[in-house]
Design a protein around this ligand. Structure first.
Ligand SMILES: NC(=O)c1ccc[n+]([C@@H]2O[C@H](COP(=O)([O-])OP(=O)(O)OC[C@H]3O[C@@H](n4cnc5c(N)ncnc54)[C@H](OP(=O)(O)O)[C@@H]3O)[C@@H](O)[C@H]2O)c1
Length: 259
């Protein structure tokens, strides 16, 4: 059981990458953290490294029974749920419209869209009973103003995450819930390693392609943005999205010439 003043968070996909950095930042802020993911060995090891106030619950977010079990275990163990970080996500490769298999489309939508929906479906009623809670959904810059044809289905899944964010914010505002999205630019995580075969030159090429800073984001950049929202340091209207993109979106704005 957590101490009465201690907040309790679930971080899906909290064993690696951005989720891991968010979990670490939450623990540093004295939040009890429940990590959810499929890989049991990696999840248990991450929870052990993060300390005594961290628990791993084996979960496939695309399976409703798993998600129900995740929420129930959290409430049994800690008595409440203050923060839900819907971070678990999978990439869809760069096959574009003609090179993406239908089975891959199904599996990406099952995790990135259905998984976020199910977690909100089962966590929000707990928060509504408490009359408090914050949900943060990890979307992506490609789900906002930067669709990339080669990553069309991934971008579409993340645009859906933005829609779920706004729908949940509107649906639960009366119960005092806040719901936000955080939209990363390409971030140096295992996902970026898979997309570039961990080749530093390929990562640099991505970074240079559209990004004024010529750098990938770090998991810690995303953790800071998330914690600032949770702690109320970034005050945004309910349902808003924060872009953490090192200025990439700026390159989509045609420079204006003033005579
Ligand atoms: N890295 C980027 O460039 C980037 C850019 C924009 C947005 N994002 C988004 O940011 C989030 C985190 O990405 P990341 O880069 O940190 O990726 P990552 O290192 O590959 O981590 C993804 C995590 O999600 C978990 N996961 C995947 N499928 C799951 C499922 N069905 N059920 C439960 N957990 C599942 C994985 O754990 P298990 O394998 O153990 O399940 C893993 O811990 C994702 O939503 C991603 O789409 C990333």
């Amino acid at each position: 059981m957590s101490t009465t003043s201690q907040k309790v968070a679930i971080v899906t996909g909290g064993a690696t990458g951005i989720g891991r950095a968010i979990a670490q930042a939450l623990v540093a802020n004295n939040v009890a953290v429940v990590i959810a993911g499929r890989d049991q060995q990696r999840g248990a090891a991450a929870a052990a490294e993060l300390g005594a106030n961290t628990l791993f619950v084996p979960t496939d977010v695309s399976q409703e029974g798993d998600v129900q079990q995740l929420i129930a275990t959290t409430v049994d163990r800690y008595g409440r749920l203050d923060y839900l970080i819907n971070n678990a996500g999978v990439e869809a490769g760069m096959g574009g419209f003609e090179g993406t298999e239908a089975a891959l489309i199904d599996s990406v939508l099952a995790v990135n869209v259905k998984g976020v929906f199910l977690a909100i479906k089962h966590a929000a009623p707990v928060m509504a009973r408490q009359q408090s809670g914050t949900i943060i959904n990890l979307a992506s810059f490609v789900g906002t103003t930067n669709p990339i044809p080669q990553a069309a289905i991934y971008g579409a899944s993340k645009a859906a995450v933005l829609s779920l964010t706004q729908a949940a914010a509107a649906g639960y505002a009366d119960q005092n819930l806040r719901v936000y999205a955080v939209c990363p630019w390409m971030t140096d995580t295992p996902m970026a390693d898979r997309q570039t075969n961990s080749d530093p030159a390929a990562k640099a090429q991505y970074a240079a392609a559209i990004n004024p800073s010529k750098q990938l984001a770090t998991p810690e950049d995303l953790a800071r943005a998330t914690i600032d929202l949770l702690e109320g340091r970034t005050e945004l209207p309910n349902g808003e999205a924060v872009l953490v993109d090192h200025g990439s979106a700026l390159n989509r704005i045609t420079p204006m010439t003033v005579a």
